[in-house]
Design a protein around this ligand. Structure first.
Ligand code: PMP
Length: 435
């Protein structure tokens, strides 16, 4: 995995961290990864700041879960109050849960009028696939070639970004995502053709297509932001083939892309199902699937749905406070304006730097793609930049098909002054990494 600590290099750590790394791997096993050449040992966080065990402060330009800021007071107070009063499941009538469902669904265009709550994005992806299968009576799923959609069995099966050891079953077909550096001129006709080819591939393997599942900002494909017509063409082909279009908004939802609440709105498309997660509860686990009444009816008439913790009143209290904060602090407008400024300044200040292929941005999700000769991806330099930034006490990471895309995705409350500090450090780090 890109930007992961290599345990062979533990000698670079101080003795306390080395001990904690050893205890961690002894107690938690081999499946986990840590970020950075020198993992970060954090003890607290507030706003856009994380604090390590020596009291050093780090600027958070990476985490999209604490969308309204780490340790947000409104979220904390709401959770505290609700936890001290009532926390149970969705088999009783509770005012707060229904009111939140009404508020959330009102933020979606009709007929996306209903929501089913889960605890994680993976569960929501899993549920959306079940709904699509119940509605269509089919099994096939189309995703992009470097997609990430989660960790349950069904979600991992549609997550080729896990690499070659995560086998992709016959009922899943992959389409190449847009790649603006390598085939920037590719337009909607080509994506319609790729979708049709994937449908044919599934049919040749005995599977009709139930769903096309797309991350609205194609984050694990390297934050690809094609013209609106491209995903619109994929959506149109899904409909033509009788499949549901599922927008994965775990990364792009809740104002991340600035001008809109939801990433799919940038593409002018009307998904059948929308998967939500990460920022929804600002760190309290809550996720969900938004969809059409008719589709949930088709699913719900076949099987009941109950998720013990999904949509519990404490998670809902956090989610409610998140919507309050986003609206009251006008965070969509902020993400839009600040994201634009950062993207323009970054592109401008990196213009003379060799190896910077592109700066991409949608709201407060920014990416810088680094290449060598002939646009060949440069993951080693990308990793150097990520780690130089970490040494400057600023947190970012990397992503993309070739691990050569800097991933910049701060909490939406990122202040203007932090943006200036961030830009200066990033420009310096990119220059340093190329020497
Ligand atoms: N979809 C996307 C696009 C994601 O980025 C993620 C999480 N990284 C998921 C689904 C899964 O969410 P979770 O980790 O909450 O299960």
């Amino acid at each position: 995995m890109v930007n992961s600590f290599d345990p062979q290099r533990e000698s670079a750590l101080n003795s306390a961290d080395r001990d904690l790394v050893r205890r961690r791997s002894a107690a938690m096993g081999a499946a986990y990864r840590l970020f950075y050449d020198r993992p970060l040992h954090v003890v607290s966080a507030h706003g856009v700041t994380l604090v390590d065990d020596a009291g050093r402060e780090y600027l958070d330009a990476y985490n999209n879960v604490p969308v309204v800021g780490h340790s947000n007071k409104r979220v904390r107070d709401a959770v505290h109050e609700q936890l001290g009063r009532l926390n149970t499941h969705t088999r009783y009538l509770t005012d707060e849960v229904v009111a939140y469902a009404e508020w959330l669904t009102a933020l979606f265009p009709s007929p996306l009028d209903q929501v089913i709550f889960t605890c994680t994005g993976s569960e929501a992806v899993d549920l959306a696939l079940r709904v699509a299968r119940a509605v269509t009576g089919r099994s096939g799923v189309i995703v992009t070639r470097h997609a990430y959609h989660g960790v349950t069995t069904a979600a991992a099966e549609v997550s080729p970004s896990f690499g070659p050891n995560n086998s992709i079953p016959d009922h899943v077909a992959l389409i190449d995502a847009p790649d603006s550096v390598r085939d920037g001129t590719t337009g909607p006709d080509e994506f319609a053709r790729r979708t049709d080819a994937a449908v044919a591939e599934l049919e040749a393997r005995g599977h009709r297509v139930a769903a096309v599942l797309i991350d609205s900002v194609l984050s694990s494909d390297g934050l690809q932001l094609p013209d609106a017509a491209v995903l619109a063409a994929v959506r149109e082909r899904a409909r033509a083939h009788g499949a549901l279009y599922i927008a994965d908004e775990v990364q792009s939802g809740f104002g991340r892309t600035g001008s809109h609440w939801w990433g799919f709105e940038r593409h002018g498309i009307d998904p059948d199902l929308v998967v939500l997660g990460k920022p929804m509860g600002n760190g309290i686990p809550i996720a969900g699937v938004v969809g059409r009444a008719a589709h949930f009816e088709a699913f719900g008439s076949q099987v009941r749905y109950f998720n013990t913790f999904g949509g519990n009143p404490v998670s809902i209290a956090a989610a409610n406070a998140v919507l309050d904060e986003i609206e009251d602090r006008r965070l969509l407008e902020h993400a839009d304006a600040l994201g634009r400024r950062m993207a323009i300044e970054l592109a401008d200040r990196l213009a003379g730097e060799s190896g910077v292929a592109e700066v991409r941005a949608a709201g407060l999700f920014l990416a810088v793609e680094l290449v060598g000769d002939g646009d060949f991806p440069d993951p080693a330099r990308t990793s150097r930049v990520v780690n130089l930034m970490r040494e400057k006490q600023i947190l970012i990471s990397a992503s993309g098909t070739y691990d050569n895309v800097l991933k910049i995705r701060p909490p939406l409350v990122f202040p203007e002054s932090s943006a200036d500090h961030f830009l200066q450090a990033l420009v310096e780090s990119v220059a340093q990494s190329g020497r």
